[in-house]
Write a protein that binds this ligand. Structure first.
Ligand code: ADP
Length: 451
């Protein structure tokens, strides 16, 4: 139809001119009719080709708009060739740009998906549009409940209203209790998937716990030091005043003052040991230690302590103990603290047993076990014994000279040695503490070197 109309338009003027020439007699009628027929035919052929080319180019433009590949086209009319060439260039450029946009979109998606902190994208109606893998792992099906938390909800509302980033410190109770720092960032313009705000929830439970532990630690240390210090100040006043002329009382008080000063000294020694160990806890020791020699030497030095409490030390060490990876001073401290506890809290007149055994080839190492026959430790206290200043019976610990730091020191040393500590106890039967240490691997001898 279009072609017919175009043909009529093209042929209109020459045909009208021919009709006029024939009418006024300037051209013979037969020849004019022939010329009119030829003109109409040529115009129709031209119009058909033109119409086909226009259709072809229109289809190309439609495909470019729809991001579809355009096929090869060869317009019939020379005037259309340039247009076609430009169209093909435009198609190539659009395809390259679309590929780049897709690549950037995918890269953005990957960054969001792999962020270690949970990230949630909210739609305009504040529903969850998208959540990254950390958010799915942390909150799963509880995500809507998390977003309904009053403080988080308020931060989201503020962000939507003010169009400014907002933060909130939130204590979540589902799916597990945790402390979270929430940052809500409104998105203007919205992100590609229609997200209007991004919520990042960083878990701060660990930092908060460390802060609390630090504050508790300072409070505990002050408390532990204040008690003997107050007692020393009190005795100094008494020695200056009421007991100034009472030599027997002075001797008694000086004895107590000596004990209090020794207690402060022990506490400071333990605190220093603990901080030294913590400083290097991440560096595994590189030396090797002969546990047989270490244990026998330590057992000998324990004689006076054993005699004080009439305790018998039962040493059960196999002659062939492999060397372990370790720091001899620190391992001596481990055994010393464990034996000291066994003697302190074990039964007076009872037996303390120190065992060593080689563990299975799948887990090559040596396990040291210290067992006493004391009153034991109620089960509920066992998980907390290695916390600093944690004592089952504070009065008893202080009375026997405990600082509450012995097992904390043991735990940190064992951690540094990449070993394992376990405490088992049965009330009325006794307590058994085991320390496993990895065996030192014999270094292969380089060929050619003397053995
Ligand atoms: P302390 O200096 O008080 O002995 P530790 O850290 O060595 O501190 O031990 C922590 C607490 O664990 C002790 O106060 C004590 O209550 C308990 N405990 C440790 N070892 C034993 C044991 N062998 N038998 C009974 N209780 C023990």
């Amino acid at each position: 139809m279009l072609a017919l109309g175009a043909g009529v338009v093209i042929a209109g003027v020459p045909v009208a001119a021919l009709v006029l020439l024939a009418a006024v007699g300037w051209a013979p009628v037969g020849a004019a009719l022939l010329a009119i027929g030829a003109t109409l035919l040529a115009a129709l052929v031209l119009a058909l080709r033109w119409s086909r080319d226009v259709d072809l180019l229109a289809d190309g433009v439609r495909r470019i708009a729809a991001d579809e590949p355009i096929g090869p086209h060869s317009p019939a009319l020379p005037g259309m060739w340039r247009l076609s060439t430009e169209l093909e260039r435009l198609a190539r450029r659009t395809t390259a740009r679309s590929a780049l946009i897709e690549q950037l979109r995918r890269a953005d998606g990957t960054v969001v998906e792999r962020l270690p902190d949970p990230l949630i994208v909210l739609a305009e109606d504040r529903s969850v549009r998208r959540a990254n893998s950390a958010a799915r792992a942390a909150f799963g099906a509880d995500m809507p409940a998390v977003l309904r938390h009053p403080e988080l909800r308020a931060a989201i509302d503020r962000a939507f209203v003010s169009e400014m980033p907002q933060t909130a410190e939130v204590t979540l109770h589902v799916p597990v209790p945790r402390e979270v720092h929430a940052a809500v960032v409104p998105m203007d313009p919205p992100i590609a998937d229609g997200g209007r705000a991004v919520v990042v929830l960083s878990d701060r439970s660990r930092e908060r716990a460390v802060e609390r532990m630090r504050a508790d630690f300072v409070a505990n240390v002050s408390h532990e030091l204040r008690t003997p210090l107050a007692s020393l100040i009190g005795f100094i006043d008494t020695l200056r005043g009421p007991a100034a002329d009472d030599p027997p009382a002075q001797q008694r008080f000086l004895g107590i003052m000596g004990e209090q000063a020794a207690r402060m000294n022990r506490l400071i020694d333990d605190l220093l040991s603990l901080s030294r160990i913590e400083l290097i806890e991440h560096q595994a020791p590189s030396g090797t230690v002969d546990l047989y020699g270490l244990a026998t030497r330590l057992a000998a030095s324990f004689e006076p302590r054993l005699r004080e409490r009439s305790v018998t030390l039962d040493l059960c060490l196999p002659d062939e103990l492999p060397e372990v990876i370790g720091d001899a001073d620190q391992l001596t401290q481990v055994l010393q603290n464990l034996l000291d506890n066994a003697v302190k809290y074990g039964r007076a007149g009872g037996t303390v047993r120190l065992d060593a055994a080689v563990t299975a080839p799948g887990r090559p190492g040596v396990v040291l076990t210290v067992a006493d026959q004391g009153a034991g430790i109620p089960r509920e206290h066992l998980p907390r014994l290695t916390e600093r200043f944690y004592r089952v019976d504070t009065g008893r610990s202080r009375a026997v000279g405990g600082t509450g730091l012995g097992l904390a020191i043991v735990k940190h040393i064992v951690n540094r040695h990449r070993g394992n500590l376990s405490i088992e106890s049965e009330e009325g039967i006794g307590t058994t503490v085991s320390v496993w240490l990895p065996q030192a691997v014999a270094q292969p001898v380089a060929p050619g070197l003397p053995v």
